[in-house]
Write a protein that binds this ligand. Structure first.
Ligand code: TYD
Length: 203
């Protein structure tokens, strides 16, 4: 498969959505931006469901819902784009499930990884940016509060620690980026890394 699969991870409000969009815009027709959960009819419904504070979902069902949305997105959007040689910039991907459901909800990272191997057919990102912001600063960024954010600091801390472990385990895939900076500065670093990955040389 050609193309380059780039994912953005981090705690809520680290600026992942903006960075995925800026990357896709910078690359023009060569690239698309997607978000998780979402990006397909099924995915958008799952998004409404899992973000709704009124809807109670157990941890196993929650992990499966995210995996179902991901299966649909991989099959109908991500794989076809990669096969056409494009860059896919995704606002979250399977590392979000490993961090939030595996670690945050205590389901176990390996258990959640197994479900996701089935869902994605084993598709892994080529490059993953961990957008780092201090948790308090992220909480202070304006916007609506969803079910995950309303669960507070303990969940965010567990998620952050899980991301750190994932990044340490696969240093060739992960790039840590300081996201406590203007979006354009963060974007410049992201673009440089992506361009060097496209050129097949380390930055
Ligand atoms: P979203 O609005 O995309 O998050 P962000 O605040 O990063 O913009 O909401 C998605 C929420 O779902 C977010 O709190 C993280 C969570 N999530 C999981 O728990 N597991 C997953 O696999 C994914 C993709 C998201």
């Amino acid at each position: 498969m050609g193309g380059l699969f780039v994912t953005f991870e981090g705690i809520d409000r680290a600026g992942k959505t903006t960075q995925a969009r800026l990357l896709a815009e910078a690359l023009g027709d060569e690239a698309i931006a997607v978000r998780e959960p979402g990006g397909t009819a099924v995915g958008e419904r799952v998004r409404e469901l899992v973000k709704d504070p009124e809807v109670e979902v157990g941890p196993e069902a929650e992990a499966l819902l995210f995996a179902a949305a991901r299966a649909e997105l991989v099959a109908s959007v991500i794989r076809p784009a990669l096969e056409a040689g494009r860059v896919v910039a995704s606002d979250r991907y399977l590392d979000s499930s490993l961090a939030y459901q595996g670690a945050g909800r205590g389901l176990g990272v390996e258990e959640v990884a197994a479900v996701n191997r089935f869902a994605t057919g084993g598709l892994e990102p080529d490059l993953t940016f961990l957008l780092g912001v201090e948790a308090g600063a992220a909480a202070a960024r304006a916007g609506e509060v969803d079910r995950f954010e309303s669960e507070g600091r303990a969940l965010q801390d567990a998620v952050l620690a899980a991301y750190e472990r994932l990044a340490e385990a696969e240093p060739e895939r992960w790039r840590r980026i300081d996201a406590d900076r203007p979006a354009e500065e963060v974007h410049a670093d992201v673009l440089a890394e992506v361009q060097s990955a496209l050129a097949g040389t380390p930055a």
